[in-house]
Design a protein around this ligand. Structure first.
Ligand code: ADA
Length: 560
């Protein structure tokens, strides 16, 4: 399942799921002569008994039977972490970063018959990989999210961008349709669309060979209902292309949108002009049965458990999430802080060659591919990186300006643990703190949050909404002891009780995200601090199999 709604009615799109051939390799040049394994796609190779901790390179292969001559393009929703794609032996695309989707280039005139799709995958940590390295979560290997193949006409709709607005008491939206001409000659096309009963005439445009043209329009929809957490109304925005005067559309693209506004004023966050308090979890997309390759049923299970705990929001720590999960958030009315892929970069890491470029690419892919999700109300960047240094500040500034340029409709933030030393509060709309009172320090959460408010106010964040973006402690599932010592489920519950009791009373706190939803696997050998027992971060309010710990009911009490 690529998405939770039909994205095309005219263009043919098919998922390529199931078993693919697989072979581990040692160097990129090595093309396997034979494939000894078969692995499921989507899937992580760690789920195969021989690759439980394999970090390295591997090749996936799939034979495809094409029935009639066509132009094809492949969609990859996530390959962890580096991919090179070959079609019949020719390279048609490459990509870095497990957590953002990408398309290959269009391959024209594919003849009917049997063809071969080969994907080189690498999950090793090396100098070139700045986002994926040994960290406090796990970088799995493989084609971890769905793969699709599209049959494209030479001129096609690349993507749609929809921004809803509420003007003079009426909902409407700005629409941008990006049209690409992959052919060899200039084309004249007509772009049309519709949303519920309302038609959208975007007129005729010329698209040069090899270029993409944005076509803009505005749609007024007096009869729609707004999207909200209580009633998450969604609508299909359908767009079509007509080429050479033909009355029949040659291509289409459907997006699912919602009408809502997000603002920050008076020290609060508003959705549709109403102040909201975000109550939710930091969630790693990780499960012992599937790694990072979630089937739909497990995505739903996570969602239902978070809702059962009373949450209205989720932070996608620390990378963009599976699109189907974001689709679910749209459907269930869960507010999302979506975050770029970055955790704990020291300044030298941020400054090292390639790091900023990889972040900028990730930001662009995240914003462009997830722009239309009404559930996403905040973009976040660079969790716990060097926001306390002048050089780091420049990099934060560049990334935040980039995102504002791509999307001015959502507030921006980043989560810091640099306390009064932070230098970037003035750059964002919301200030967010990762503090672990009662776990990494013995501080009192109530006193500490008041202090944090002052650090923000005095450091450029005066009057901005504030979020407690991480707090919690370890609780080992099943470790119960009336002594309530550190690591027991009892102490874990106590820590969350003290934190939540404090934060839910503070009028200046607009959100709280517990660290974390579920226990997650971490990379071994990350240094003394992160050498976590059982290679697991055990701060989940449910364990890795989603069994509730004692803390679950505490959270529920405060969130509900
Ligand atoms: C940090 C970090 C998380 C996690 C957490 C912890 O604040 O942002 O990814 O590592 O600490 O468990 O210590």
């Amino acid at each position: 399942m690529l998405r939770l709604f039909t994205t095309n009615r005219i263009r043919k799109v098919m998922e390529i799921e199931g078993d693919w051939d697989f072979q581990p390799i040692h160097s990129e040049e090595e093309i396997p002569h034979e494939y000894s394994y078969r692995l499921p796609v989507p899937g992580c190779w760690e789920m195969h008994p021989e690759f439980r901790t394999y970090r390295g390179k591997g090749v996936y292969r799939r034979k495809l039977d094409i029935e009639d001559a066509s132009s094809l393009r492949f969609q990859f929703k996530g390959v962890s972490h580096t991919a090179k794609i070959l079609f019949d032996g020719l390279e048609i695309g490459s990509h870095y970063n497990a957590y953002t989707p990408f398309n290959t280039r269009v391959i024209h005139d594919v003849k009917p018959g049997r063809h071969e799709l080969v994907v080189f995958v690498d999950n090793s940590f090396n100098e070139q990989s700045k986002l994926h390295f040994a960290n406090d979560y796990y970088t799995y290997g493989g084609i971890i999210r769905p793969v699709g193949v599209e049959k494209l006409s030479p001129v096609y709709i690349e993507r749609i961008q929809f921004t809803s607005h509420f003007r003079d008491g009426i909902w409407g939206g700005d629409v941008v349709v990006y049209v690409t001409n992959s052919g060899a000659t200039e084309e004249k096309v007509i772009v049309r669309g519709s949303l519920t009963e309302t038609r959208l005439e975007l007129g005729e445009i010329r698209v040069n060979a090899g270029s993409t043209v944005p076509v803009k329009g505005t749609i007024i929809c007096p009869d729609v209902q707004p999207w909200s957490t209580a009633e998450p109304h969604l609508y299909l925005l359908e767009t079509q292309l007509f080429v050479n005067g033909s009355p029949l559309p040659s291509d289409d693209l459907v997006e699912r949108v919602g009408f809502r506004t997000v603002t920050t004023k008076n020290g609060k966050i508003q959705v549709n002009d109403e102040d909201i308090i975000l109550k939710g979890f930091n969630r790693h997309e990780d499960h012992p049965l599937v790694g990072a390759a979630f089937p739909y049923a497990l995505l739903v299970q996570d969602m239902e458990i978070m809702i059962e705990a009373g949450s209205n929001s989720v932070r996608t720590s620390h990378y963009p999430n599976d699109e189907r999960f974001l689709d679910l958030c749209d459907e269930r009315g869960i507010l999302v802080w979506e975050e770029n892929h970055a955790r704990g970069f020291q300044l030298d890491h941020m400054m090292s060659p390639g790091c900023q470029e990889q972040c900028l690419t990730c930001n662009e892919e995240m914003v462009q591919s997830h722009y239309n999700h009404p559930s996403i109300i905040i973009w976040g960047i660079l969790n716990e990186c060097a926001s306390h240094t002048p050089e780091g500040r420049e990099l934060y500034k560049e990334q935040l300006a980039q995102i504002r340029g791509l999307d001015s409709s959502r507030p921006l933030t980043y989560a810091t643990h640099h306390r009064e030393k932070d230098l970037c509060f003035d750059l964002v709309d919301i200030v967010s703190f990762n503090l672990y009172p009662q776990w990494y320090t013995n501080e009192d959460p109530s006193v500490l949050s008041d202090q944090a408010r002052r650090w923000a106010d005095e450091g450029g964040g005066f009057g901005k909404p504030m979020i407690m973006s991480e707090f919690g402690g370890d609780g080992y599932y099943g470790l119960r002891d009336s002594s309530r010592v550190r690591g027991t489920e009892e102490r874990h519950a106590d820590i969350l009780e003290r934190n939540l009791a404090a934060y839910t009373q503070k009028p200046y706190i607009s959100g709280m995200y517990i660290w974390q939803f579920c226990d997650c696997r971490v990379v071994e050998d990350t240094g003394w601090l992160l050498s976590r027992a059982g290679t697991q971060n055990s701060k989940g309010i449910v364990d890795k199999y989603r069994r509730p710990k004692l803390a679950f009911d505490v959270v529920k009490k405060y969130f509900k």
